[in-house]
Design a protein around this ligand. Sequence first.
Ligand code: SAH
Length: 361
Amino acid sequence: MTEMQRLIDQLEEKGELTREEYVALLSQLNKEDIQYLRVKACRVAKEHFGNRIYTRGLIEFTNYCKNDCYYCGIRRSNRAVDRYRLTKEQILACCREGYQLGFRTFVLQGGEDTSYSDEDMIELIHQIKQEFPDCALTLSIGEKSYESYLRYFQAGADRYLLRHETADEAHYAKLHPANLSLKNRKECLYNLKKIGYQVGAGFMVGSPYQTYDNLAEDLIFLKELSPEMVGIGPFLPHHQTPFAMEAKGSLELTLVLISILRLMLPDALIPATTALGTIHPLGREEGILSGANVVMPNLSPTSVRKKYELYDNKICTGDEAAECRFCLDGRMKKIGYELAVDRGDYKTRMQTKLQRSSSGL
Ligand code: SAH
């Protein structure tokens, strides 16, 4: 057994490592170590989730954004973006189609679009929850006040995705304009937790200026926050952003980080993201085989898909929702998994065990 494999065992046992150990792990793994890590992470995911992959229907409902994040294709300063926002009726139509296709979680994601007031969001949440009471609703609409988060939650929203992007102050400042701060981002995440949402955090792998030390900080922060969901994907440049000429993130490192996260947070819901599927044709499959357990196919109307381009060459922009659903079905079957038709809520391992023993499985 190599020194790195001993570290991996330790990570599985304790659920965390020191900063120095994370840096060592991220920078020194050889091919066999990576295989060792991946097999372990995949086994942990299987123990908890079996071969069932949770699905979430993603509705990208607006590409207007008041923020100017340097990495993001729909940043405010990108004048070339053809801006759109879906009406409530259009969003509900996406949900209806999704429901027919077996989705029991809808994710409303968008830029920070000030034209939707809290009242608009609350009405939308009410309508979705009323028509689809057996579905979970996830929001991913950026930084809001405690009060707004509370009101969305009281209206029926169940989960919230807000990647922290990077847990290092100096790195955060290199990715965002001065009006955005890591402090506020973190505060939002803690507020969401306090209110009772199932919370998702995460970061881009290989974003410009990122170091192994920054990644170690991300892992330490995630352990402390212990979110129910963790979304990571490789950074991919968008040609109309300040980072147009920056190198993309690495598929291999993203997969290693998924495996590390699986060992740190065995119960967490970890998606094989669209960015992973964009960087490599089998990226999402590789993600699942590295310990991820969620996929998030797109339910947005085909007419707007290309307009929600956070990075260049985003996949699935020409497909109908049903095509995406069936394509993923096939992809998961090929690697020995199946898509689950249920809400796919967060459960602790203890809850899963109790449920299995009471149902005699
Ligand atoms: N406005 C919402 C949703 C953001 S889009 C929010 O602030 O949370 C969802 C995620 O896409 C972002 O959190 C970011 O991590 C990722 N993303 C944005 N631009 C990207 C790029 N160029 N490459 C890879 N991922 C990107």
